[in-house]
Write a protein that binds this ligand. Structure first.
Ligand code: ADP
Ligand code: MG
Length: 454
């Protein structure tokens, strides 16, 4: 048995004993790097996984390895993977993870313009919820700087603002590649400005922006309260505007609802066209799902699409996420899922409001997941095995029950609210930036919400 075959066999056994998602979390991208007769070295992607395999799964892995290779007495774990990927069989769970996270992979982004080709008008479904914003953007794309300036688009998260802004930029360049277009999220523009102030080259930065034919600033609400940024942005805005250069802005709310926005900027933002994007109606949600399945060249049952469209209403990104998940699973089992199966699969996505959880259930799900007792979460212990689960529990209590920070502190053994806030923010950032954390939270939520169906 080669070391690849051996590990494949072990993974097969582990996969049977764990939930699919759990298996993926801990065993994705692991391999046997060396088999030295009585000992093997297992390569893992990071330190966190190394620790978990060593502490939680070691016995099970050893037992499993010994059923195939009884002479092995010892396993060590090391970070890294010197095996070429193609040697590792792509297991189903790995496949799911890739699917679920495919949106996170670095995409085809033009470094000059920051525009991503995948956002186009062709791939944008127009419905009554975004009709105005779409019409205004198309007009801008046809008549740069002259139709509506600035164009200000606002709406909630995941409703298509970025898509529309980028589609407009892409269209301009498609029609005239000599045009200078820049797409920039406002956090980035803030960072550039802060940097230029520090390096004393503000003028250079201003003249870089001043050369543009179109400046697109996404999520402009984040410049609220940042005086220096607003100052420099105001100057840039005026410079471009004065030359009839196009400015497009997006925000999660209208200009008048952005707090700590200087009056002079607010009135500039209100001086052009303001268009909102609302939540899509059922027909539009269904049309979006159909378009996405077509793009992926996949046929899904009409009832299944209808089920998703009925149940995910507020966020198109979630709509897509749910679809990706269903596609992945139906490919894995190589069959069409029926509505009942889809319902189960989407339990964590569903935004139906009556699905309420309780703090007890959250604490139980977290402690079960980390294999500790609910009491450990409450006790004063600062041991590493409980500190992190406790922080995750605080985060989930906040997100899933909307309890106040002091209330959460109370529930967890009378901790100070500032401790809770710190934990909440730490986990939130990790959830956004770290795949493992994100995956863990999905898994814990699955536990929380699945226990309702029982
Ligand atoms: P926002 O910037 O408003 O948070 P995004 O533009 O990032 O939202 O949209 C979230 C996801 O939904 C993206 O993948 C986007 O392509 C998709 N999407 C949003 N609106 C539409 C639409 N009308 N047609 C097709 N896809 C859409
Ligand atoms: Mg966006």
């Amino acid at each position: 048995m080669t070391k690849e075959e051996l590990w494949k066999a072990v993974l097969g056994e582990m996969e049977l004993s764990l939930s699919k998602a759990n298996f993926t979390t801990w065993f994705k991208n692991t391999s046997i790097l060396a088999n030295e007769g009585t000992s093997v070295i297992v390569g893992v992607p990071n330190g966190f996984i190394k620790e978990w395999l060593e502490n939680k799964f070691h016995k099970q892995i050893l037992t499993s390895i010994q059923t195939f290779s009884p002479e092995i007495r010892e396993i060590s774990y090391t970070i890294g993977n010197s095996l070429p990927q193609s040697n590792v069989k792509k297991d189903f769970s790995q496949f799911i993870t890739e699917r679920v996270f495919e949106n996170k992979q670095p995409a085809d982004i033009n470094p000059q313009t920051n525009l991503n080709k995948k956002y186009s008008f062709d791939s944008f479904i127009v419905g009554s919820h975004n009709e105005l914003a779409h019409a205004a953007s198309s007009a801008v794309a046809k008549n740069l700087g002259k139709a509506y300036n600035p164009l200000f688009i606002y709406g909630g998260v995941g409703l298509g603002k970025t898509h529309l802004l980028q589609a407009t930029g892409n269209k301009i360049l498609e029609d005239d590649p000599t045009k200078k277009v820049l797409y920039i999220p406002s956090e980035r523009i803030t960072a550039e400005i802060v940097e230029s102030v520090r390096n004393k080259n503000v003028e250079e930065l201003k003249s870089k922006y001043a050369k543009l034919d179109m400046l697109i600033v996404d999520d402009i609400q984040f410049i609220a309260g940042k005086e220096k940024t607003q100052d420099i942005f105001f100057a840039t805005f005026n410079e471009l505007y004065g030359k009839n250069k196009q400015i497009i802005l997006s925000s999660d709310r209208p200009p008048k609802a952005i707090p700590a926005l200087e009056e002079r900027l607010r009135s500039r933002f209100e001086g052009g066209m303001i268009a909102d994007i609302n939540t899509p109606d059922f027909e539009t949600r269904l049309a979006i799902l159909k378009l996405k399945t077509k793009q992926k060249d996949i046929a899904l049952d009409e009832n299944v699409l209808g089920y998703i469209a009925t149940n995910i209403q507020k966020n198109i990104r979630e709509l897509e996420g749910a679809l990706n998940r269903i596609i992945a699973v139906s490919q894995i089992y190589n069959k069409n899922l029926d509505v009942k199966e889809v319902k189960k699969l989407l339990a964590t996505y569903l935004s139906t409001p009556y699905k309420k959880t309780t703090p007890q259930l959250i604490l139980k799900s977290v402690s079960d997941f980390y294999n500790i007792s609910p009491n450990d979460l409450i006790k004063r212990s600062r041991k590493k095995e409980v500190v992190r689960p406790r922080q995750i529990a605080m985060y989930l209590l906040r997100e899933e029950t909307k309890s106040s920070f002091p209330e959460i502190g109370q529930k967890l053994g009378g901790r100070d609210h500032s401790t809770v806030i710190h934990a909440y923010e730490k986990v939130k950032t990790e959830e956004e930036t770290d795949e493992i954390t994100k995956q863990e939270i999905v898994l814990i939520k699955e536990r929380i919400y699945q226990s309702f169906d029982k």
